[in-house]
Design a protein around this ligand. Structure first.
Ligand code: TNX
Length: 765
């Protein structure tokens, strides 16, 4: 009887484990980042309270503690022993530099009787533990099950980083630890901690108490987006705080136990307004200054001509270097206007005395002087790509954020580079185009874009690509107003980046990644991570077909999903239409749709899109001038029935860089035209300008055009809707001429560059 029970149990367990939520359909464990080599063996191991952790090496005691911690979170507390008393039912750790040859490498063998974790060093063992944490899953309350496998693994890049800005918004120690925990789970090895900026100084420096009493505080905080609102509103609440040195030491240790190095960033010479508020004598004008309450780049920076600036920064760095064992110190170097330096007598004297050519070289002098100091303490600097201007400091590592050109240039000069291009790796950007998405910095970086990022560019030669040491994703916190919002913005994009950083490019496959990601969502839920599931949300393509009909195709990356939809602007439910093929719309409609999983549970947020059926739908459009590459859905985008919205990257806006839009629509038969409507996007902060004037003409023969409408005021910051009601007129051709602003005037963002004119749909009734 007992034997039968046992067989039953084993069968059950094997059954469950082969379907276990930690495995993909192909029977592979759902590990992220994907290991270099995984072989399922068909064995199965159960971690129970009777399981013993064997750890012969005292160096690994702390590491064993980490595994214990993770198991305890699952209600299991195994015994850690130095020497095995039993040979079965154990998890064994071993450092073996012969068996594991690659840097940071590890291997795992899961048999029926034991699990063996082997690392090249203690860090490798930690990675093995993190992998194990993704492998186990619960079949019954007393144990965790691990499907048998052999894994050999090591990373592609030596630098796998994530940043977090705690200046714009501050997060408690408990949250910093949670963030570090999640980075460890995905085998990041570096956390760049953005500790100082214009809006708050967050690290206790004992020598300078005003950094705590003044620089750590701001009077209030901007509400909403810094540029989308016509007027700025502030919350009127004093905001601030800082991390004590004790808290920092605790966090540094916490990170080390998870094989994560923390690189502190102390911003200079720019982004220094909070420090200047505390010590105004360090600025060119002498102040007074205030900790910034607004987001952006500020003219007041550290004075480069004043020696006491360097004394201050060196004293600060002394305390910083004492706290952080990291070999690297990040000194910022980005976004430093030279406005004050140009008119500061001390800065000008420095330029003369040091035979510098200009203020760019003064910035370079500043960075090099600090670098020399940091090097003298046995450490190296990292700076943003602006440190290339005016000459790179001799041993500096460059973080390439304004695209990749800075990284390429630095690599050519044989400097180490971390790729962190904003359009791929800034996680304060939107990850969804839904208008319901919480406020973000702008732009659009969906999960797939992060996943498909390749830091070693084809155009780089092998010698240069050697200097690309890795990647970093950024958590700038202007709009990260809560811990849960940080999690929402960063996860799962950081998880996609983890695979870019760790796995080899030939292994990358977005759909396979998504399958593993979905299998990990349970773990993220268990860890109480407020991740975004926007990656599966419904997308659409539409096509205007004959007789004023729009055919809409809906897509999702979610497998075996059911999409239910309505076309009358009512809320979709399981009782609504089920999507099987193109939805045909013969009148203007709002299409709303919801995704359901195989258990009929809704997944993600509702999709909602208006489609406008009008006389010009799908008709031929001729453009006199070429469209601007970044905003070019083709001329047909002007008559596809879909408008643009304030998320300017939806692919619906047609842009013209410096030149006019001159479009002629052929209605293909003479029709009565009584209105022509369209939108222009006016976002000067994105170099987008409404037209100077708009003229609309009609014609029966495409030769003789008659002007029927003109407008030259477009006052709205945002979307300007033009609706031209005209005397009903018989026409076949409609010509629209929108005159571009041309060159952006002085004093405006992007001055001297070509203005972008953005038009969405030309709606003809
Ligand atoms: C640019 S990246 C910055 C940050 C902002 C970020 C917002 C960099 C070196 N500077 O100060 O927080 O954009 O996206």
């Amino acid at each position: 009887m007992a034997a039968i029970k046992y067989i039953l149990l084993v069968t059950l367990v094997v059954l469950f484990s082969s379907k276990g939520h930690a495995q993909t359909n192909a029977g592979f464990p759902a590990i992220i980042p994907l290991p270099a080599e995984v072989k399922p063996t068909g064995n199965v191991f159960h971690i129970t309270p009777a399981t013993v952790i064997i750890c012969r090496d005292t160096m690994l005691t702390k590491t064993a503690g980490l595994l214990n911690l993770y198991l305890e979170a699952n209600g299991i507390k195994p015994l850690v022993v130095k020497r095995a008393t039993a040979v079965t039912n154990c998890i064994e750790f071993k450092i073996d530099t012969v068996a594991v040859t690659n840097a940071e490498g590890y291997s795992i063998t899961v048999d029926n009787n034991d699990i063996r974790l082997t690392g090249r060093d203690a860090g490798g063992i930690i990675y093995a533990i993190e992998t194990l944490r993704q492998l186990w899953y619960r079949v019954d309350v007393h144990s965790l099950t691990v499907a048998g496998c052999v894994i050999n693994d090591h990373p592609r890049f030596a630098y796998r980083g994530m940043g977090l800005d705690v200046s714009r918004h501050l997060f408690p120690v408990s949250f910093i630890k949670k963030y570090i925990d999640l980075l460890a789970l995905y085998k990041f090895n570096t956390f760049r901690w953005h500790l100082t900026d214009d809006q708050g100084w967050r690290i206790e420096i004992k020598k300078y108490p005003k950094l705590q009493s003044i620089a750590a505080w701001r009077d209030e905080t901007l509400i909403g987006h810094k540029k989308e609102l016509p007027q700025h509103l502030f919350d009127g609440k004093r905001y601030g705080g800082y991390y004590t040195q004790e808290a920092i030491k605790d966090i540094v240790q916490y990170a080390l136990q998870r094989n994560i190095t923390i690189i502190p960033e102390i911003e200079m010479p720019g982004h220094a307004q909070a420090a200047l508020a505390a010590y105004p004598q360090l600025g060119c004008t002498g102040g007074p200054y205030k900790t910034a309450t607004f987001w952006g780049v500020f003219d007041d920076v550290f004075c480069a001509g004043n020696d006491s600036t360097f004394t201050f920064l060196q004293n600060v760095l002394d305390e910083v270097m004492e706290l952080f064992p990291s070999k690297y110190i990040h000194i910022g170097g980005d976004e430093c206007p030279t406005t004050r330096w140009k008119v500061c007598s001390k800065c000008q004297q420095r330029i003369t005395a040091m035979h510098l050519k200009d203020e760019h070289e003064l910035q370079s002098y500043f960075i090099q002087r600090i670098e020399k100091y940091i090097n003298s303490k046995g450490k190296n600097i990292i700076g943003w790509d602006e440190i290339l201007e005016g000459g790179l400091a001799p041993n500096a590592t460059v973080m390439s954020w304004r695209g990749e050109e800075g990284g390429i240039a630095a690599a050519k000069q044989k400097h180490s580079v971390i790729m962190t291009p904003e359009s791929f790796l800034y996680f304060d950007y939107y990850q969804s185009l839904s208008p319901d998405e919480p406020l973000a910095a702008g732009n659009y970086t969906p999960l797939s874009k992060v996943y498909n990022y390749e830091p070693v560019l084809h155009k780089m030669d092998t010698a240069d690509s050697y200097f690309i040491k890795g990647v970093e994703g950024e958590g700038w916190s202007e709009y990260f107003t809560s811990e849960s919002k940080v999690e929402y913005m960063v996860f799962p994009r950081a998880i996609a980046l983890a695979e870019v950083a760790w796995s080899q490019p030939v292994q990358h496959n977005y759909n396979d990644f998504l399958e593993r990601l979905r299998l990990q969502l349970g773990l993220l839920k268990q860890l109480q991570v407020n991740y975004s599931n926007a990656f599966d949300e419904i997308g659409f393509t539409s096509l205007a077909i004959e007789k004023n009909i729009i055919a809409v195709d809906l897509q999702t990356s979610f497998p075996a999903a059911t999409i239910c939809f309505t076309t009358d602007d009512t809320k979709p439910s399981l009782h609504s239409n089920t999507y099987t093929s193109s939805v045909l719309l013969n009148k203007t409609s709002v299409l709303r749709a919801q995704l359901y999983d195989t258990n009929k549970k809704p997944v993600g947020r509702e999709f909602s899109q208006r489609f406008i059926v009008h006389k010009a739908i799908g008709k031929p459009v001729t453009l006199l001038n070429p469209a601007y590459e970044r905003f070019n859905p083709g001329a047909a985008g002007l008559v596809n029935g879909v408008e643009g919205n304030t998320r300017y990257n939806t692919g619906q806006w047609l842009g013209f860089g410096g030149n006019n839009m001159e479009a002629v629509i052929d209605l293909q038969s003479t029709q009565t035209v009584q209105s022509v409507a369209m939108n222009f996007l006016n976002y000067h902060w994105q170099r987008m300008w409404a037209p100077v004037s708009l003229d609309i003409y009609v014609s029966a023969d495409s030769m003789h055009f008659e002007k029927v409408f003109t407008q030259n005021k477009f006052p709205i910051n945002g979307i300007n809707t033009v609706k031209a009601s005209i005397q009903p007129v018989a026409a076949r051709y409609i010509k629209v001429i929108a005159v571009n602003k041309g060159i952006i005037p002085p004093g405006e963002y992007g001055e001297g560059h070509k203005a972008l004119l953005l038009v969405d749909e030309i709606i003809v009734h």
